[in-house]
Design a protein around this ligand. Structure first.
Ligand code: IMP
Length: 183
């Protein structure tokens, strides 16, 4: 539970998100047009709302699978440890894969997950991230498709949490502490 009082300033409205999801889905559909069945891999838990909206806009045969990764360590150091808490149920060798991530921040999580998945020899693997904070990057990595580039603010909503709260907000908002201290 967050211990400090905070408010959430709306950053991206539900309507803007929906329009962008439609655009992303059109581009992804065109890219994987010739796939026989795309495996959409959602990274839990932050991508669950995004993946639900995105797959419903894809005009492709899809399978949905999930992975959960967690990164530990001091966020100010690049030696972060990423652990896989839940692996895929299905095989991806020879398959077309789309990894769906909520936020690419330092990039450690995505890099680790991609290294792991590429070792399983998928035919193609691409990444769609809803949000990107490019100024926070510690490892060189970029999603194939990004919904929105955002500044270095802590955000919540549309599946994304602050200490497990606020995932159910329909829009994306930035956390602002109201106890006078800087965030
Ligand atoms: P990275 O390994 O630093 O790129 O971390 C990515 C993960 O950190 C995301 O999938 C989120 O779970 C979490 N994260 C990064 N920024 C935020 C934020 O602003 N709000 C909530 N979670 C975040």
């Amino acid at each position: 539970m967050p211990t400090r009082p905070y408010v959430i300033d709306e950053m991206i409205s539900a309507k803007t998100i929906a329009a962008r999801v439609e655009e992303l889905a059109r581009e992804i559909t065109a890219h994987f047009q010739d796939t026989n069945k795309l495996v959409v891999v959602g990274l839990l838990r932050g991508s669950f709302v995004f993946i639900a909206d995105l797959v419903r806009e894809l005009d492709l045969p899809v399978e949905v699978d999930f992975m959960e990764a967690s990164s530990y360590g001091d966020a100010t150091h690049s030696s972060r440890e990423v652990r896989i808490l839940k692996d895929l149920r299905g095989e991806i060798a020879g398959r077309d894969v789309l990894v769906v991530e909520d936020i690419v921040d330092t990039g450690h999580t995505l890099k680790h997950v991609l290294t792991l998945l590429k070792a399983r020899k998928p035919a193609r693997i691409e990444v769609c991230a809803l949000l990107d904070k490019p100024t926070r990057r510690e490892v060189a990595i970029k999603a194939t498709w990004t919904g929105f580039e955002i500044p270095d603010r802590f955000v919540v909503g549309y599946g994304i949490d602050f200490a497990q709260r606020n995932r159910n907000l329909p829009h994306i908002g930035a956390v602002r502490f109201t106890d006078g201290d800087d965030q």
